[in-house]
Design a protein around this ligand. Sequence first.
Ligand code: FPP
Length: 257
Amino acid sequence: MLKKIQEWRGKETSKSLSLKEEIMKHPIPEHIAIIMDGNGRWAKKRALPRVAGHHEGMKTVRKITKAANSLGVKVLTLYAFSTENWKRPKLEVDFLLKLPEEFLGTFLPELIEENVQVRLMGNKTDLPDHTLRAVEHAMDQTKENTGLVLNFALNYGGRDEILRAVKALADDVNENRISSDQLTEEIFSEYLFSNLLPDPDLLIRTSGEIRLSNFMLWQLAYAEFYFTDVLWPDFNENNLYEAINSFQLRGRRFGGI
Ligand code: FPP
């Protein structure tokens, strides 16, 4: 039996390695954004509390960050906590907002070693101090890094982001810092949390849900969408390669012919 499992594992490794080799022959998406969904269902299937699913999901964050970095992906944006997630039970909210601290407390040295740069996207003001401190410390420690940008969307909502941008822009117009006829899509983008980052080329959502849930509404205008039934805690390197492979098989025309 053990031999069988080892053989199967060996096969799986060589299968995922060959898929990795295959996708490396074609353009890799510069920016991958992920809606990490299915933690609760993963836990429920195992009769565990929901937070156990989030904790397992944190381990997937590490795995997928390493895999994306090794493929040469430039930006990986992860939807870790939405503006709607405050509606969850307090225990779950508290747990979710402690995860960045635990993740960075454990893996920051590894991220530094791998040349990863940490970034934050979302409304900072309502985040607990301990969450913000952990992320800002990591941002500071990794600001000179030139590898993958690991962009955490925390207390992030697409509509909230657009509304904030519009308000800031209206202030700048009122104060004559910019005139409304000078406004372009590029300038508007500078008012968003994602300022200076390229738009995502590929959006992945796990767990079989097929919706955007208020995620990067402006930035995903031309992205390819990839939905998989795999629950986030089960998502692995091979699943990432499959998503990229699917992306590479599609013809992106950006509205042209
Ligand atoms: C949605 O699954 C997932 C979240 C609301 C949180 C995602 C967070 C992580 C994966 C961990 C983040 C890690 C770091 C380092 C910040 P769900 O709870 O809605 O799942 P369900 O639909 O199955 O109930």
